[in-house]
Ligand binder design. Structure first.
Ligand code: TXA
Ligand code: MG
Length: 344
């Protein structure tokens, strides 16, 4: 067990964290999407500590976070022309760009031995200042134990990683609630590997990209997709279909579980809440279906809340025809339930 030290959002602590990163220590810091578990991205020993703290398989590559574009020319080779356009439009921000890696500089521990590397300039002021002062690329996956929902507040991080890392920044809630979009620009036409906070539509306004397809089989381009992800402790079922029918089905299934003394959680939209009011279950609204930013922001928090309540079975509404941010939300819901999806 490590002696984890809590840091706060002030110049003294940020400077301290930057020095400690340079010494090979692990630091959990907030980004605008979710908290990241950071370490010196050029040091194999430091990066190995990340995998160990998370219990993450080491062939699942990490994102290198940088503070300014000058790092890209050092970390990547054969950078396509479109890269500049994308970076100018979306960095700093919740977009991760995969480029061909400069393997002379990037340890295989970072990119899982691939020929590519994932890079992002985050938009959170604390993260940017930490990166600037550390003056190194910081490798950082989401700061959850492997498989659990990503942490959107320092409480979540403490729950998962206290005693497993050297430092944790206590810096409230993140702003967006789901991870960055991963865009592959390392081969041919740019392609979304993981939908996220920047939508496909936003990207398409500036470059030609291949649309995201929710794939259950086929070649694994984003190695992270093959692992168990974002899952609450409870069993979970996502129900898709016409609104009224879905509500009825959730109610019917909830009553069935309640009869067998199971603790049931219902994950729904704000306007559904009154419909479930008389059920003996825990009801959590992710937000309004019309405000997907709110839904994204509450998603992981809600899944963790069900865990804290000791729920056995989560019944969730899904998004029938996802568009915009709905694509990323659907993707995370599908992963959270381990693709246990019921269409009516
Ligand atoms: O918002 C985020 O992206 C957060 C914050 C902390 O920046 N980070 C994050 O990291 O979500 P992680 O490790 O949980 O997810 C990184 C994703 C994984 O799906 C991984 O497979 C993919 O990026 N990835 C990393 N390097 C890659 C590469 N070279 N080629 C393809 N996919 C890659
Ligand atoms: Mg993650």
């Amino acid at each position: 067990m490590k002696n984890t030290v809590i840091l706060y959002d002030n110049p003294h602590d940020i400077k301290k964290a930057a020095q400690e990163i340079r010494k090979g220590k692990t630091v959990v810091f907030p980004t605008e999407t979710v908290y990241g578990l950071g370490a010196n991205g050029l040091s194999p020993q430091a990066v190995t500590k990340i995998y160990k703290a998370k219990g993450r398989p080491s062939d699942n590559p990490l994102i290198l976070h940088i503070s300014d574009l000058s790092w890209v020319n050092k970390l990547a080779i054969d950078i396509p022309q479109d890269f500049q356009t994308v970076a100018e439009n979306f960095w700093p921000g919740p977009l991760t760009i995969v480029l061909k890696a400069n393997l002379d500089l990037i340890p295989p521990e970072v990119n899982g031995g691939l020929d590519s590397v994932a890079i992002r300039i985050p938009g959170h002021p604390l993260a940017l200042e930490l990166l600037r002062l550390a003056n190194l690329p910081i490798a950082a996956p989401s700061a959850n134990t492997s498989g659990r929902p990503s942490p959107t507040s320092h409480d979540h991080v403490i729950e998962d990683l206290f005693g497993r890392v050297d430092y944790i920044f206590s810096s409230g809630e993140t702003y967006l609630g789901i991870e960055s979009t991963v865009l592959d620009m390392s081969r041919g036409k740019a392609k979304i590997l993981r939908p996220g906070s920047i939508t496909q539509e936003e990207l398409q306004e500036v470059i030609d990209i291949e649309a995201y397809k929710e794939e259950k089989s086929g070649p694994l381009l984003s190695p992270g997709v093959k692992y168990r992800h974002y899952q609450p402790k409870a069993e979970m079922l996502v129900i898709l279909g016409e609104e009224g029918k879905v509500r009825e089905e959730i109610k019917k299934k909830a009553e069935m579980f309640i009869k067998t003394n199971k603790k049931v959680g219902i994950l729904c939209f704000t306007k559904d809440v009154e419909f479930f009011e008389n059920l003996q279950g825990e009801i959590i609204a992710m937000g309004s279906e019309e405000d997907l930013k709110e839904v994204a922001n509450n998603l992981y928090k809600s899944l963790r809340a069900f865990d804290a309540l000791g729920i056995d079975y989560i019944l969730s509404r899904g998004i029938l025809e996802p568009k915009g941010l709905g694509i990323a939300i659907s993707n995370r819901l599908n992963k959270a339930c381990g693709n246990n999806i019921y269409r009516i």
